[in-house]
Write a protein that binds this ligand. Sequence first.
Ligand code: KG4
Ligand code: ZN
Length: 336
Amino acid sequence: MRILGIETSCDETAAAVYDVGAGLLSNVIASQAEHIPFGGVVPEMASRAHTERIVPVIRHALAEARVALDDIAAIAVTVGPGLVGSLLVGVSAAKGLAFARRLPLVPVHHVEAHIFANRVERPDLAAPFVALVVSGGHTQLIWVPEWGTYRVLGTTRDDAVGEAYDKVAKLLRIGYPGGPLIERLARAADASYVRFPKAFIKGDPYAFSFSGLKTAVLLQVETMSPNEVEEHRADIAASFQRAAVGALVQTSMRAVRRMRARRLVLAGGVASNSVLRSEIDAACGRVGVEVYQPAPILCTDNAAMVACAGAFWHERGRRAGWDLNPDPRLPLSSAA
Ligand code: KG4
Ligand code: ZN
């Protein structure tokens, strides 16, 4: 049983073929470099770039998997949340292909797909677990009592952590996207150069807040001369990263304790960060909790995770009609 997955919720045009028995057969991701000069995703440009690339990317995914459309059993596509003009390109392509080939069309939630990225490499990964989903658009702790059932324990009150990485990189003139650039720059730097506050929310032990941390970085930079900022750019970036990762780790461990979870699962673009990965590993190791984290290429947006979630829902009979439309604010359904 082979599923073609399509993902276009933000600025990656992606298609993948996942075989329920054999695993991942292809995983093609076209990232849009056109946003780099703007320091963030420009929605209209993203939508146009998806339109140009979606057909070649799907062709490439089929060719790399050495399969024809005739070998595909169903088409899975991200329907939300995300940028509506971006989502629309993937949904339209999926609908067109499914209609032409009389294939079932399986709608997939983007955050759920990020969690399923863990199952691409570990099909045996069993619930229950706590999932920490950290990306440019989401920062959530989710209780997963069984695959397909979700209870959001906590979320960010303002910026997502990836968004904070991107904004701090912009204000330190490090470049875009900020996450991987800050990680690289911070490697040989002094993370205790500035003690930034780890923001916690009073009365909500599982919530996050990152806009205060971003402002703290801005205020710090304003107290320094341009030369000092130049000299200590990497130290400030490393100090920011320490505070951001510290908040993620502490809050996740609190959720793990509350749910008496034996497993913690990482997901989303920021989960490719090696500092977060090793600190979560260490914290979980101390209390005997198992950690799962996808390969970095499966953390950032990709269609392998969409095809894998699609395979799960296809088996359980989830189908969309030809009236399927993207939903930029689609909630994570089936609360536990
Ligand atoms: O999951 P993703 O590709 O897209 C969304 O669904 O948002 O996540 C992208 C976000 C960006 O904010 C990017 O800066 C961040 O993930 N990111 C990282 C790293 N790689 C990507 N943040 C920290 N460290 C990284 N290595
Ligand atoms: Zn994503």
